[in-house]
Design a protein around this ligand. Sequence first.
Ligand code: HEC
Length: 160
Amino acid sequence: MKRFILLAIATVFFFLQFHINPANALELTEKTRTVALDSTRTTTVITPQQIANGQRLFVQECAQCHLQGKTKTNNDVSLGLDDLAGAEPARDSVLALVDYLQHPTSYDGEDDYSELHVNTSRPDLFPELRNFTEDDLYDLAGYVLVAPKLDPYWGDSLHF
Ligand code: HEC
């Protein structure tokens, strides 16, 4: 019984660290929260609440493959800003990331990955995103773009 309790406590702490750790989102400056909205490089400011929601969703649905912005199984296609910028079409803006989460494509833009990568257009294949709203996708995209600036959580590990 005692071991069980200890295990339960350890489990709770394990999950808590994800939540406590990075986005002390409220303390992020406006500059840190300013990211590209679309390919015209119009910028937008992501609110602390959006970052917190985006981070929560990222931990839930993306971190198992994209921990610290890396991409398990194909780290040439990481979530680092350089890699996002090099995709076709470029994915280093909020709306381009939202589009990826609706209609993912290969890095060169040639192949439809709707059956391969989680997205909202195929809830039959990816029920985990079934309840995601447009706002959720926006917040998630905002988080992915702000995260590289959050040192040390995501930080420089992306600029390889
Ligand atoms: C089962 C593992 C897995 C999960 C879960 C996953 N991804 Fe991916 N993701 C990948 C792989 C693998 C690639 C690279 C695909 C390729 O070869 O083009 C990728 C590519 C991407 C890209 C393109 C990156 C670039 O540089 O162009 C984005 C953006 C992305 N994922 C975002 C997300 C988000 C946001 C989530 C959570 C909703 C998520 N992924 C969940 C495995 C995953």
